[in-house]
Design a protein around this ligand. Structure first.
Ligand code: COA
Length: 160
């Protein structure tokens, strides 16, 4: 079975991430979305909530599992018997960071290969931090995030 691991912060999940996942399930028997606890950056949304939004936003995608993890991503990959790590590659600016991540992971666990998928053009410049900024400033987010994330921002704004 060809199983791929798609790790990320998903702070929050966007239509760009979904675009990658929809492509990935056509290429692999099973895809596992793994929301990271530790990513080296400050997150805005609690892990449990990020996970819930991932689960609710991906119900329509077959052969996909969603889970969270702490610790090294390659150790999770090994535990889940995934030899493929999936990452989205958007603009050139992603390349250096993604290359260093892929090579470091390869150094730790040589059996794990990183495969890059390119999102559709309309999601090329989308990022979670841009979404958060737009949400803070009251922009319409329908073109950028799935319904559960829209609802999340709507509810958190009302609670403020
Ligand atoms: N559509 C929209 N946005 C996308 C995207 C897509 N297709 N692909 C990536 N992004 C964005 C994310 O929204 C995020 O944006 P932001 O920085 O503005 O919030 C950014 O690209 C990168 O985020 P993400 O893909 O979630 O990766 P990451 O760099 O935050 O996390 C991990 C990478 C989780 C894989 C890494 O931190 C990790 O493996 N952590 C566990 C510890 C470990 O093993 N570290 C590696 C040792 S070298």
């Amino acid at each position: 079975m060809h199983r791929a691991l798609y790790p990320g912060t998903f702070d929050p999940i966007t239509l760009g991430h979904l675009n990658i996942l929809e492509k990935a399930v056509r290429l692999f028997d099973e895809v596992i979305l793994a929301g990271a606890d530790y990513t080296g950056k400050n997150t805005s949304i609690q892990l449990e909530e990020r996970l819930r939004l991932c689960v609710e936003s991906t119900r329509h995608i077959p052969n996909l599992k969603v889970l969270s993890f702490s610790g090294l991503v390659v150790e999770l990959a090994e535990k889940l018997e995934c030899n493929t790590m999936l990452r989205g590659l958007r603009a050139v600016s992603d390349f250096e960071y993604e290359l260093s991540l892929a090579l470091t992971n390869k150094k730790i666990k040589p059996q794990i290969e990183t495969v890059f998928l390119v999102p559709s053009l309309k999601y090329m410049y989308l990022s979670s931090s841009m979404v958060r900024q737009m949400a803070d400033l009251g922009a319409h987010l329908e073109d950028f995030v799935p319904e559960p994330v829209l609802q999340y921002f709507h509810d958190t704004k009302r609670a403020r």
